[in-house]
Design a binder for this molecule. Structure first.
Ligand SMILES: Cc1cc2nc3c(=O)[nH]c(=O)nc-3n(C[C@H](O)[C@H](O)[C@H](O)COP(=O)(O)OP(=O)(O)OC[C@H]3O[C@@H](n4cnc5c(N)ncnc54)[C@H](O)[C@@H]3O)c2cc1C
Length: 354
């Protein structure tokens, strides 16, 4: 195959999920040249994610890693990128916790009075028109919902119109490592950054990292009349999606045979919705994806220990929405100005594996 004459850029980015989107945003903010390769046929976790930033997690409702720093950063970042594409992509959406058991109610009430920052009491009566509530309710403030579909699509259009994105599959066989950069087909770049989610598991330069992909599914459900400015959490999460459509999920499967929606998950969600909702619902769609997770539950950010022109920003797991803006910016500051990457995220913590 013959390629046109060389195009020279500072960065070649592989993938335009959440991470590639934020890499390209911060590079364009700093007027650094780049090109993204994104293959629309390769599944993307970002396109099926519910888009929630929740500052607390788990049965003990503890704060998530670095949330005091990540949350204000993310709010500002999504507000700014929204302005550039003329859309409000971030919305404050407190979680209404509909306690699924006496034990979870006790756990919530314990946390309300111990090291509590984000939890609040609310009026159960406000929600009785929509839900069966045997164990009461509570509220998690400072939660946000992101309209990821709009963000990814509109940013993709902007990248294409600025000649920054090629809808093309990156093939490793076409990559040449140069002394001070890389060459991919006709594109020469000082750096290549892999933002290709689970596909980095097959990347010969980074496949030593302890990836542990995790499958998740969701139903897209129409629930007429349910306010779409809140997120609802019981044994399942019900998250605004678009107009009167809601995302309902999810599961966390560490072992799975494929990335397809399963009948077992659908059955489980129907049972959960039937026991939770007092108003009718209609199933519109069933989606599934693989989270680029890892055994340490911390991102993989940084340059290859032996080939500094190769970099990765990956391993966002269940928290890509809050981690992606912060760590893409940190990676660029590291490459451009030599600033340190957070020690728990830096891939150099695995240096002995490379
Ligand atoms: C069901 C589900 C629900 C989730 N809910 C949430 C949530 O509420 N909040 C949250 O914070 N996180 C959530 N996540 C996790 C979140 O989706 C991920 O952390 C995040 O999307 C990872 O982004 P990424 O850019 O690393 O990967 P991806 O989104 O997978 O993007 C990778 C991109 O690279 C492209 N690509 C791959 N290989 C190639 C190649 N060879 N050539 C060209 N392009 C390529 C793909 O097409 C894709 O566009 C959820 C995930 C799932 C599956």
């Amino acid at each position: 195959m013959k390629y046109p004459p060389n195009e020279k850029v500072s960065y070649l980015i592989v993938g335009q999920g959440l991470v590639g989107t934020w890499m390209s945003y911060y590079l364009s903010q700093q007027s650094i040249s780049f090109k993204i390769l994104n293959d629309p046929a390769t599944p993307s976790a970002s396109s099926v994610a519910s888009g929630v930033i929740n500052p607390v997690t788990g049965r003990r409702i503890v704060q998530t890693w670095m949330i005091d720093e990540l949350l204000p950063f993310a709010i500002d970042a999504y507000t700014q990128i929204g302005k550039l594409i003329g859309e409000q992509v971030i919305q404050h959406a407190p979680v209404i916790s509909i306690h699924p058991s006496e034990q979870m109610k006790d756990s919530f009430e314990f946390r309300l009075t111990h090291d509590n920052v984000y939890l609040a009491q609310n009026k159960m009566e406000d929600w009785l028109n929509y839900f069966k509530i045997p164990f009461g309710t509570g509220q998690i403030n400072e939660c946000y919902w992101l309209d990821l579909n709009t963000l990814l699509q509109k940013w993709n259009t902007k990248l294409i119109s600025n000649n920054h994105l090629l809808n093309e599959k990156f093939e490793m066989d076409d990559l040449q490592i140069l002394e001070n950069g890389v060459q991919w087909k006709n594109i020469q770049a000082d750096h290549i950054v892999f933002c290709d989610g689970n596909n980095s598991m097959q990347n010969k330069y980074f496949n030593c990292l302890p990836f542990a992909p995790n499958k998740g599914e969701a139903l897209i459900v129409q629930i007429k009349g349910l306010p779409n400015n809140h997120i609802y959490k019981n044994n399942v999460s019900i998250v605004p999606w678009k107009d009167d459509l809601f995302w309902v999920g999810s599961n966390y499967e560490w072992t799975f045979e494929n990335n397809l929606p399963s009948a077992a998950f659908k059955e489980k969600m129907i049972a959960a919705l039937d026991s939770l909702l007092t108003i009718p619902y209609t199933i519109i769609d069933h989606i599934a994806g693989i989270r680029p997770a890892n055994t340490q539950r911390r991102p993989f950010v940084g340059t290859h220990p032996n080939l500094p022109q190769l970099a990765i920003c990956n391993g966002m797991g269940t928290k890509g929405c809050s981690l992606a803006p912060y760590f893409t910016k940190q990676l660029i500051s590291h490459i451009e100005q030599g600033q340190a990457i957070h020690a728990e995220a830096d891939v150099h913590r695995f240096s002995r594996l490379f």
